[in-house]
Write a protein that binds this ligand. Structure first.
Ligand code: ZN
Length: 198
């Protein structure tokens, strides 16, 4: 017996979330059937307003809170440091270490030829502009320790190589092949304080 069409669609959508397989998606969908109307309304409103309520900062690409970017300010600019990250989410992981007080630059994705993600999908042009305009002295590459992360880090190093800034990359602490999602704050703090030349 097939599930009703709307329920099938709900399950298929839930399966798009990371780590959610068929069984979990079914469990979540049936759980939602038990929610009250007002809870479902609130939930759907939160999802519906993501584009207006959570835009990316035009400057750094981090998430804006109430039209204000908490990651772009004069004191961060004075450090001369810029941390290159793949996603806006990574800034929160680095902030939680309390080791870093500089600026961020969100690439948007990592290079991945297999998924058709090439250099033109990264915000490299803006990164080069910002390095110039903000007098950045050190660029810290904080990307996943994966094939895609390594390829992207090498590409960025090549692009900024002729400018006189120091380029470093998070070194030890991050297990090989792991994604930021699975790294705890202590490990990340050690990786950040022990970063080496790249
Ligand atoms: Zn910003």
């Amino acid at each position: 017996m097939k599930y009703p069409l709307h329920l099938q669609k709900l399950i298929e959508t839930l399966k798009c979330l990371p780590g959610v397989g068929s069984k979990s998606a079914e469990r979540f969908a049936f759980e939602l059937l038990d929610w009250r109307h007002d809870q479902l309304h609130e939930f759907s409103n939160l999802i519906k307003h993501i584009p207006e309520e959570l835009p990316a900062c035009q400057e750094c690409g981090c998430l804006v809170d109430n039209r204000n970017c908490l990651f772009c300010n004069a004191s961060r600019q004075q450090t001369g440091l810029m941390c290159v990250i793949a996603s806006a989410k990574d800034a929160y992981a680095i902030e939680s270490t309390r080791e870093y007080k500089g600026l961020y630059h969100v690439l948007g994705t990592l290079l991945s030829p297999l998924e058709g993600k090439g250099p033109d999908q990264l915000t490299i042009g803006r990164l080069q502009e910002r390095i110039q305009n903000l007098s950045i002295q050190e660029l810290i590459i904080a990307l996943d320790s994966t094939l895609e992360g390594d390829a992207t880090a090498l590409y960025i190093k090549k692009v900024v190589d002729n400018s006189s800034i120091k380029v470093s990359r998070l070194a030890f602490g991050i297990p090989m092949g792991s994604s930021f999602d699975y790294v705890d704050g202590g490990t990340l703090a050690r990786a950040l304080s022990g970063r080496g030349n790249f």
